[in-house]
Design a binder for this molecule. Structure first.
Ligand SMILES: Cc1cc2nc3c(=O)[nH]c(=O)nc-3n(C[C@H](O)[C@H](O)[C@H](O)COP(=O)(O)OP(=O)(O)OC[C@H]3O[C@@H](n4cnc5c(N)ncnc54)[C@H](O)[C@@H]3O)c2cc1C
Length: 299
């Protein structure tokens, strides 16, 4: 209730105040800002993944602009010899205009990324595009080695999606809970159900031979369970990495790095930070609660 009330007041909040709330989660407005953060995190023993903020493309020109911005990012990563890959949302790269256009854009991006020895993660969006996203991932991984997808443990379908992906060749997966509010018929609603599903999926991914699993969570219980599973199954450090969002649970991040676990930080950046921040808050008012709590904690 409180979170929804905060979200409904968002249009009244001045932009500089939204920036004050959002800035710990956003690497900055420009590629240079983002690369500065990448350098700092690399120096602290963490790798990163860059997410360029943008709205869904509704024209081919917008999709191509998204491609150009990502190409610029991977070129700069290579030039500065940084340890960072990129995370993309297919709807920014044309998915909702035409899947053929999106596939063509992704082929251009992956050709460049492969040439530069980088890796492209396809973020998972809401359930209206799950099928289309996985289909595109399935196509692309036949042609390019450096591409991965994301599965959400809130989704009831994820176990069968993992099984289908494992049957189709080399698989790179990130596992997260899922940020979008979904209906009960497609998604678990209870926190414990989502956690149990996360544990099952993680085991399935390791036992099924996923090449590298991105364990994307800040949930202390899930992090501890993942470490127990890694130790129990003697999973080597090249088969997994923990992944966390910029500005979230830095204490857990620090503990994991000190204990020698690979860790990647997800860095969103771009001029569209305002639209992105308010959209994310509207999509999931629960985040508003975290954000406001953090705002007061840091004063
Ligand atoms: C690297 C990474 C990539 C992701 N990619 C995707 C994706 O492709 N598709 C998708 O649907 N979702 C994605 N997510 C979001 C994810 O699905 C969850 O919504 C988010 O991570 C919160 O779930 P949690 O597992 O951290 O557990 P929660 O129970 O939500 O959080 C555990 C604790 O972490 C802290 N916390 C979590 N989130 C925040 C926040 N935003 N601000 C402040 N504190 C916070 C709180 O202290 C909370 O108690 C990604 C998350 C990460 C870390």
């Amino acid at each position: 209730m409180l979170n929804r009330a905060i979200v409904s007041m968002l249009p009244l909040v001045p932009r500089p105040v939204v920036w004050r709330i959002s800035r710990r989660y956003i690497a900055g407005e420009t590629l240079d800002d983002a690369l500065h953060q990448v350098t700092e995190l690399n120096d602290k023993g963490m790798s990163t993944t860059l997410d360029i903020l943008g709205e869904d493309s509704v024209t081919e020109a917008q999709a191509k602009k998204g491609l150009d911005r990502y190409l610029e990012a991977i070129e700069a990563i290579e030039k500065r010899q940084l340890d960072s890959n990129i995370s993309v949302k297919l709807s920014m790269l044309g998915l909702k205009i035409d899947t053929k256009l999106c596939l063509a854009v992704m082929r251009d991006l992956l050709a460049a990324s492969d040439r530069l020895g980088n890796f492209v993660r396809i973020d998972m969006e809401d359930s209206s595009v799950t099928d289309a996203t996985l289909k595109i991932y399935h196509e692309l991984r036949k042609e390019f080695p450096g591409v991965g997808a994301v599965l959400q443990s809130c989704m009831r379908r994820s176990e069968s999606d993992v099984a289908a992906l494992l049957a189709g060749g080399d698989t790179y997966l990130r596992l997260c809970k899922g940020i979008y509010i979904e209906e009960e018929k497609v998604a678990y609603q209870e926190k414990e159900e989502v956690r149990d599903s996360y544990r099952r999926l993680l085991r399935q991914m390791f036992e099924g031979g996923v090449k590298r699993v991105g364990i994307a969570t800040h949930d202390r219980k899930l992090v501890d369970d993942a470490i127990a599973l890694i130790e129990d199954q003697r999973i080597s450090a090249d088969r997994y990495e923990f992944q966390m969002l910029l500005g979230v649970t830095e204490d857990i991040r620090h503990e994991l790095v000190s204990a020698g676990h690979p860790l990647r930080v997800y860095l969103p950046y771009g001029e569209e930070w305002y639209a992105y921040s308010t959209r994310r808050l509207r999509e999931n008012p629960r985040i508003a609660g975290y954000v406001v709590r953090n705002l007061f904690k840091n004063r």
